[in-house]
Ligand binder design. Structure first.
Ligand SMILES: O=P(O)(O)OC[C@H]1O[C@H](O[C@H]2O[C@H](CO)[C@@H](O)[C@H](O)[C@H]2O)[C@H](O)[C@@H](O)[C@@H]1O
Length: 253
C-alpha cells in the first residue's frame, strides 16, 4: 500500500542523508545509470563515479549496489568505484574485491527453464539474458509481447519451482529465497553497514523488497519515479535522487 510520500525537493522536502550515520543501498539500472535500449549499452557517468567515491569516503565505505544484474557484469561496470555489490537480486554478494559468496547449488531448474525461454526469445527476436541464478527475458524491443513473455516466464517458473519477478520491460525466472530486501538485511548485519541507518534508493518494482527492509530497520526507502511504492520518500527522476545524495555528502564536509 502506498505511504504518504515526502518529496526530496520542493515544500516539505526531506533533509539530505547524513553519511556519518547512514548506510547507502543503491539500485543500478534506472538509478545510477539511465535506462538504455539494451543492457550492454548503459554508461556510468563520471559525475556518478565521483559521487559514489565521495559517498564511500564520507560513510567509511558503507555503500552497496543492489542490482538485478549478474555480479560479474556489475563488477565490470563499477570497477572504478569497487563498492560492495549484490548481483542477481541478491543471489551473489561481493563484500571486498575478489571475495565471492557461494551463490547456489542447483542449476537444473534454470537449465530446463532456459530451453523453453531460449526458444521463445529466438522465435520473437527477444533478448534472453542468462545470469547465475536467473533468466531475464527482455521485451523492450517488443512491448506488445509483454503478456506473452509474462505468461511464459510465469509458467516455466511454476513448473521449475522458480520465482517470477517482473521489472522494467523485463520478466525474470529466478531462484527462490533471494531478493534485495534479504541482501540488505544480510549486509546490515556486517561491517561497515552495521549500526548505521539504511537508505535504499531505487526506481523499479524489484526495489520494493529493499525499501521495505530498510524501513523495517528504521531507515528510509527512496522511490524514483514510482509513486505506487512502499518507500517513504519519492523523487521524480534519478537526477534528483543523485542531487539529494550529493547534498548529504556536501553537508558532511
Ligand atoms: O536492479 P537493477 O540494477 O535495476 O537491474 C534490473 C535489471 O536491469 C537490466 O535491465 C534493465 O536495464 C536495461 C538497460 O537500461 C534495459 O534495457 C532493460 O529493459 C531493463 O529491464 C538488466 O539487464 C537486468 O538483468 C536486471 O535485472
Amino acid at each position: 500500500m502506498p505511504n504518504t510520500l515526502h518529496a526530496l525537493r520542493g515544500p516539505g522536502r526531506h533533509a539530505p542523508p547524513d553519511p556519518a550515520r547512514h548506510a547507502f543501498f543503491l539500485d543500478f539500472d534506472g538509478t545510477l545509470v539511465d535506462i538504455a535500449a539494451r543492457p550492454s549499452e548503459v554508461v556510468l557517468l563520471p559525475e556518478t563515479v565521483d559521487l559514489l567515491k565521495a559517498l564511500q569516503r564520507a560513510s567509511d565505505g558503507a555503500v552497496a549496489i543492489l542490482s538485478g544484474r549478474a555480479l560479474a557484469e556489475l563488477e565490470r561496470l563499477t570497477a572504478q568505484v569497487a563498492p560492495v555489490l549484490a548481483g542477481t537480486h541478491g543471489v551473489e554478494i561481493r563484500r571486498d574485491a575478489g571475495t565471492l559468496t557461494p551463490s547456489f547449488a542447483d542449476r537444473r531448474a534454470l537449465d530446463t527453464a532456459y530451453r523453453v525461454l531460449d526458444d521463445l526469445a529466438r522465435s520473437h527476436g527477444l533478448l534472453l539474458e542468462t545470469k547465475p541464478g536467473a533468466l531475464a527475458l527482455h521485451y523492450r524491443n517488443r512491448p506488445d509481447l509483454a503478456p506473452l513473455c509474462k505468461n511464459a516466464v510465469s509458467e516455466v517458473a511454476r513448473k521449475s519451482n522458480l520465482r517470477m519477478i517482473a521489472g522494467n520491460m523485463v520478466c525474470e525466472a529466478m531462484l527462490t529465497g533471494y531478493d534485495k530486501g534479504r541482501a540488505l538485511q544480510t549486509l546490515m548485519g556486517e561491517a561497515p553497514f552495521r549500526d548505521r541507518i539504511p537508505v535504499m534508493v531505487g526506481d523499479d518494482t524489484t526495489d520494493e523488497d529493499g525499501f521495505l527492509a530498510a524501513q523495517q530497520l528504521g531507515g528510509i526507502g527512496v522511490s524514483i519515479g514510482r509513486r505506487d511504492s512502499c518507500a517513504r520518500l519519492f523523487c521524480p527522476d534519478r537526477y534528483s535522487a543523485m542531487d539529494w545524495l550529493r547534498a548529504g555528502v556536501e553537508r558532511s564536509v
